[in-house]
Design a protein around this ligand. Structure first.
Ligand SMILES: Cc1cc2nc3c(=O)[nH]c(=O)nc-3n(C[C@H](O)[C@H](O)[C@H](O)COP(=O)(O)OP(=O)(O)OC[C@H]3O[C@@H](n4cnc5c(N)ncnc54)[C@H](O)[C@@H]3O)c2cc1C
Ligand SMILES: *[C@@H]1O[C@H](CO)[C@@H](O)[C@H](O)[C@H]1NC(C)=O
Ligand SMILES: *[C@@H]1O[C@H](CO)[C@@H](O)[C@H](O)[C@H]1NC(C)=O
Ligand SMILES: *[C@@H]1O[C@H](CO)[C@@H](O)[C@H](O)[C@H]1NC(C)=O
Ligand SMILES: *[C@@H]1O[C@H](CO)[C@@H](O)[C@H](O)[C@H]1NC(C)=O
Ligand SMILES: *[C@@H]1O[C@H](CO)[C@@H](O)[C@H](O)[C@H]1NC(C)=O
Ligand SMILES: *[C@@H]1O[C@H](CO)[C@@H](O)[C@H](O)[C@H]1NC(C)=O
Length: 498
């Protein structure tokens, strides 16, 4: 054997990564470049990689973050549009995986069902479903790049009378490829990024599209091209690096500005929105959120497309609450009624960590919502496993990469100290106060937070902060605070394969 056995026939790996989304692909790159001697495989439940950007197919699906920071730092987004369509993000991810040889490590249609750590063997046993065929794998370390929501079940919304509706009810997560909305009346329930993306796109064909919101969201229009004079002078690789760093700092400073001067941020956003609204749609109440900018995620709309569509007369915003759904529309609490042929429920995702797999340690099932997240990267009491959870108030990828960098450093460090297992442990009698993991209180995050791991107010159990401090932590932070280490002989597979 030459050290590169066929991935199909191998069942034992140093590291197994679950999920071929942005987190999994990024982790794969970090493992293969930082730990070139390690064997690894990436198990992906679906037919193709891309994760979110492959699953979501609603009209206009696009990023909300700029691609300069959402893209991989080691393979920068090389187009000039900061906001990109879902399909082009998925394509970028596929091309990147191919170019870096990550695709050779991917096993498609391999869904992880359960993972069981055995203390006696210091290994994980993975039970995987491959198109109905059961497969077992073993790994020394698992990285869960499974995202943060359930791929199969949408968030259950309780909209009274929804079952009586005679038209079509669509959830954006399961958009029917052949949905015909030409000349139809559409009501989109929700005011998040999805609703704001859908409205202008559907209004191109539908006879009328109404976004029905309980409460408004901040919307920031952004010119969707980023031509920069520096690009003419600098070598491309330099230019892309500088561009990425400047976007990291700009978003960080904008966030800090919103936190420090909420009144000023509110005023600026208000002026910018008012300027773009048609006369018949007043700013208040439709565009006056109850919270301050960045208390919840701020929505971005490229080139003001959302506002432009409000000028066409085919798109509208309604701020009201639902009394009940009727067979042909929605009866609102104000007494108004919205007629509808199609209702789109853009009301959020069902949060889930670890892709629904059952995780156990020596046969004992671990309940993720009961565990604290250690340094944002591992879970209390679960040995040798990392859970990639990116940011929600900055590009997810930045957080995912801070995790991957920390993990590769931890693996190198502990291996050199001949440690065979690392398990975050909460010291007896810790006086910690619980804090929320994701600091955004969007409705669905609050509702579903009970499915997420816990965070606390101190020590390595605090929620993560921002990329700049997390990056520094990944390089220089304390590795073994509240981390229980087990010494033993190296079980590295490389030695055996050569
Ligand atoms: C519509 C939408 C728009 C978004 N826009 C942005 C944005 O602009 N900026 C931003 O930062 N974030 C955005 N997000 C959040 C987004 O999900 C993350 O940014 C990012 O794509 C998550 O990447 P991931 O790899 O962690 O997870 P995902 O993209 O969800 O990928 C997870 C992968 O794991 C696989 N998987 C899951 N369970 C298993 C299992 N048991 N076995 C094997 N494989 C499994 C899935 O099939 C999938 O391929 C958006 C989310 C949605 C839904
Ligand atoms: C996890 O375990 C529960 C109960 O033991 C079972 O119902 C469920 O199907 C399992 N999940 C998977 C993905 O196998
Ligand atoms: C996989 O492992 C389980 C539990 O250890 C075992 O029952 C099963 O037979 C194994 N399946 C295969 C295909 O090896
Ligand atoms: C969001 O949460 C913060 C702190 O938990 C709270 O002060 C604020 O009022 C909340 N905002 C909304 C809109 O719920
Ligand atoms: C998990 O491992 C323990 C021993 O380490 C074993 O008793 C148990 O049967 C295993 N469970 C599964 C589901 O493989
Ligand atoms: C468990 O992970 C640590 C790093 O966290 C690593 O040093 C060790 O080798 C792993 N255990 C095994 C059995 O490989
Ligand atoms: C995200 O929110 C946390 C918690 O409020 C904050 O500390 C952090 O600075 C924010 N991140 C960014 C990138 O602004």
């Amino acid at each position: 054997m030459n050290g590169h056995p066929s991935i199909e026939s191998e069942h034992r790996f140093d590291v197994i990564i679950i999920g071929g989304g942005i987190s999994g692909i990024n982790a794969a790159y970090r493992i293969q470049s930082e730990l070139p001697g390690y064997t690894y495989a990436l198990l992906e439940a679906r037919d193709s990689i891309g994760g979110t950007w492959d699953l979501f197919r609603y009209p206009g699906i696009r990023s909300d973050s700029d691609l300069f920071t959402f893209g991989f730092s080691w393979h920068p987004w090389n187009q000039d549009n900061p906001i990109a369509e879902g399909g082009s993000i998925a394509k970028y991810m596929k091309e990147t995986a191919k170019e870096h040889g990550i695709d050779k490590h991917i096993l498609h249609r391999h869904r992880l069902l359960s993972a069981n750590w055995s203390t006696a063997d210091s290994t994980w046993s993975l039970n995987v479903d491959n198109d109905g065929v059961e497969k077992n794998y073993t790994a020394r370390f698992i990285i869960f790049g499974t995202g943060y929501y359930d791929y199969h079940t949408p968030l259950q919304t309780t909209i009274p009378g929804l079952d009586d509706f005679q038209g079509e009810i669509i959830h954006p997560q399961f958009w029917p490829e052949d949905l015909d909305y030409e000349n139809k009346k559409v009501v989109i329930i929700g005011s998040g990024a999805t609703a704001i993306t859908l409205l202008p796109k559907m209004a191109e064909k539908a006879s009328r599209v109404t976004m029905l919101q309980r409460s408004p969201t901040y919307i920031l229009s952004l010119p969707n091209r980023n031509t920069n004079l520096l690009g003419l002078f600098l070598p491309t690789t330099w230019f892309r690096k500088i561009q990425r760093i400047s976007w990291i700092w700009t978003s960080r400073l904008f966030f800090l500005f919103c936190q420090k001067f909420p009144w000023l941020a509110r005023l600026i956003l208000r002026l910018s929105v008012s300027r773009q609204l048609p006369k018949h749609i007043p700013h208040d109440p439709h565009f006056r959120p109850r919270y301050n900018p960045w208390d919840q995620r701020l929505c971005v709309c490229p080139d003001g497309d959302f506002f432009k569509s409000l000028h066409t007369g085919r798109a509208d915003v309604k701020t009201d609450t639902i009394d009940h759904v009727t067979p042909d529309g929605i009866q609102l609490n104000s007494g108004d009624k919205l007629d509808a042929d199609i209702i789109v429920t853009a009301t959020g995702l069902k949060l889930q960590i670890a892709g629904g797999a059952n995780i156990s340690v020596d046969g004992k099932k671990m309940s993720i919502p009961e565990k604290y997240l250690w340094n944002g990267v591992m879970l209390q009491d679960i040995p040798n496993a990392s859970f990639v959870i990116g940011y929600t108030n900055a590009s997810w990828t930045l957080g995912a990469d801070a995790t991957a960098l920390f993990i590769t450093r931890l693996l190198k460090n502990l291996e050199s100290r001949k440690m065979i297992a690392a398990t975050p442990k909460m010291p007896e009698g810790s006086q910690i106060k619980q804090r929320r993991l994701l600091n955004l209180n969007s409705t669905y995050v609050s509702v579903a937070e009970k499915n997420l791991p816990k965070a606390a107010d101190r020590g390595p159990w605090q929620p993560r902060d921002n990329y700049i401090s997390d990056y520094l932590f990944s390089q220089y932070g304390k590795l073994d605070d509240c981390l229980e280490l087990t010494k033993g002989p190296s079980l590295r597979l490389r030695a055996k394969l050569q």
